[in-house]
Design a protein. Structure first.
Length: 318
């Protein structure tokens, strides 16, 4: 899951890529006018991040006020030369639309204030952060997905959430976050109330950018799970839609110091001591598609959560 901590205010950090305080000094008739201080609440982004139950939420900051052009209605009444009247969206709708896209992404509340700016990169993870940041900046020029592979606690979820925030809040891209294990639970619950699984899967196949977190996580690893994942992956593959995935399962089997693949039952090695590869978890067909759809980023780092917990427990109590 996510890593990286920062000093955060109740209103969250400023935008990852967007309006910055230095952008407020504009030239008028060739003369530089004094910069207007940005809002102390939204820091010039126009929105504020909050926690609402299970999910992260955004709202338009009060500093935006009521639009003087449309009066807050979001649309302008215009007239063509032939006298025909019609409504068109006001420019203020852009911010509202971006906020709406973020709220529909269903980002877990834990990651409300996580973004690419407050990810604490190390020497071993700086290249991954730089790649992800470039991807977010450049989208949709490159629609190739991302597959982040690494052990728990190295910041995989933090990074993909950071990408979603840029795409939704700064570019207005439709995005959706789904934990793989919870997705399985949702589909099973749909069966119990008489719904078709297509009703649950349709948002995942139609959204422009999908995050599947904890790919391969589950108890049974059954043919049913493979079929479900195959439907999502194949539809998005055929439609050339961008998919971001994270997984704790390695790409290759573990090896000993000599390079020999470790196998259960050999050298008193119990099967429970071996972690299956991602290909073993999702199947050869799906794994092959993922390699075509995504750039694979390996994150080889220490468990941030465990290290942070150890530092916290070592502090003297007051």
């Amino acid at each position: 899951m996510g890593a990286g901590q920062a000093n955060l205010t109740a209103n969250g950090p400023g935008p990852t890529f967007g309006v910055r305080p230095e952008h407020f000094g504009a030239a008028v008739n060739g003369l530089e006018r004094p910069a207007t201080p940005p809002c102390s609440v939204c820091h010039g982004s126009g929105y504020v991040l909050t926690v609402d139950g299970e999910y992260a939420r955004a709202r338009v900051c009060r500093c935006q006020g009521t639009c003087p052009r449309c009066g807050g209605g979001g649309y302008l009444l215009e007239m063509r030369e032939d006298g025909y009247q019609f409504y068109r969206p006001c420019s203020c709708r852009n911010l509202v639309r971006r906020v709406e896209r973020f709220n529909r992404a269903l980002i877990p509340a834990h990651f409300t204030f996580k973004d690419l700016d407050n990810f604490e990169a190390t020497e071993r993870t700086a290249h991954v952060l730089n790649f992800v940041r470039t991807f977010a900046r450049g989208y949709p020029a490159d629609r190739t997905g991302l597959l982040l592979v690494g052990p728990p606690g190295v910041g995989k979820t933090h990074l993909v959430v950071g990408v979603l925030k840029v795409l939704a809040l700064e570019k207005g891209i439709s995005c959706l976050f789904k934990d793989f294990f919870l997705l399985l639970s949702e589909v099973k619950a749909a069966y119990e109330v008489g719904k078709f699984e297509t009703e649950v899967l349709r948002p995942l196949t139609e959204v422009e950018v999908l995050v599947v977190d904890e790919l391969g996580k589950g108890r049974s690893n059954s043919d049913w799970e493979h079929g479900l994942l195959d439907e999502i992956v194949c539809k998005r593959y055929n439609q050339m839609k961008t998919t971001l995935l994270t997984t704790n399962f390695p790409l290759e089997p573990p090896r000993d110091r000599s390079g020999t693949v470790l196998r259960a039952g050999v050298g008193n090695l119990a099967s429970s001591a071996l972690i299956p590869t991602l290909e073993e978890r999702v199947g050869e067909r799906i794994f092959s598609r993922l390699k075509q759809m995504c750039t694979i980023l390996r994150i080889d780092a220490a468990d941030y959560r465990r290290a942070h917990s150890a530092r916290g427990s070592a502090r003297p109590r007051r």
